[in-house]
Design a protein around this ligand. Structure first.
Ligand code: BEZ
Length: 251
């Protein structure tokens, strides 16, 4: 499977996923957006972070394939384009392509990188953060084990791509980029709504594979399994995120 069946709900995301944009300061610093620059925010979601890039005085365009999320971004007054990241319709028109927490949603990486390369002007930069090797390992293991009893391969349905720094550097170079920095960064991430809300918001494509009559029980079992390793002594839930952050220039 190349792409997950994940469905995005703008209200649910606003309640349970705001931390995604809130924790993006390091990748934004790596981008170092300058006034007037033409920037593409790839996988912009509801535009919370795109709006922050616009505040630097950039000429920013948000791009996403999820209609409800894109509508939320447009409602912020942002310029948006509906497109899947595997079919980007841009040619040599951006100084920079930026992406936060979106690239890992597809395995069709060479296609995505070819589209990013085409979207950039020569010498333009690609700056991004995504899940990297070992990302949400405990959560994935729990789902893999629990869904196996329903004949479902959770990893296959998630269709996520969490590469090592070396693997992604190789893909970037093969697509015509020079990699100036790339690193894996473990980042345990506090979950405001707990594990239950995280699973419902970020793993619905996988949970859909379980018969509806069993879904609530599976979510409860996953929470129960993960509690000893991802819930701290004060009852706060953490996801075992590992970020892959990089900057590369189009050759
Ligand atoms: C991530 O940002 O790493 C991520 C978020 C939701 C599901 C999978 C990965």
């Amino acid at each position: 499977m190349q792409q997950s069946g994940q469905v995005w709900d703008a209200k649910e995301y606003a309640a349970n996923g705001r931390f995604v944009a809130d924790l993006a300061q390091d990748v934004v610093a790596l981008l170092a957006p300058a006034p007037g620059e033409r920037i593409l925010d790839l996988g912009c979601g509801d535009g919370a972070l795109t709006e922050r890039l616009a505040a630097f005085g950039t000429d920013v365009t948000g791009c996403d394939r999820a209609p409800e999320m894109l509508a939320a971004a447009s409602a912020r007054g942002l310029r948006t384009v509906a497109a899947d990241m595997t079919a980007l319709p841009f040619a040599h028109e951006f100084d920079a392509v930026f992406s936060n927490a979106a690239l890992h949603w597809t395995r069709a990486q060479p296609t995505v990188l070819a589209g990013v390369h085409r979207a950039l002007r020569p010498g333009g930069r690609f700056v991004a953060e995504m899940g990297g090797l070992g990302n949400i390992a405990a959560i994935r293991t729990a789902l893999q084990v629990l869904l196996r009893s329903y004949g479902v391969d959770a990893e296959e349905h998630a269709a996520s791509f969490f590469p090592s720094a070396d693997e992604y550097a190789g893909l970037l170079q093969a697509a015509g980029f020079r990699v100036s920095s790339i690193a894996l960064i473990p980042r345990p991430t506090q979950l405001p709504g707990g594990m239950d809300a995280w699973l419902r918001t970020f793993r619905n494509g996988v949970l859909q594979q379980v018969p509806e009559s069993r879904r609530e029980a599976v979510i409860a079992e996953a929470v129960d399994l993960l509690w000893p390793v991802l819930c701290d002594s004060s009852g706060v839930w953490w996801a075992d995120y590992v970020r892959l952050r990089f900057r590369a220039e189009r050759e």
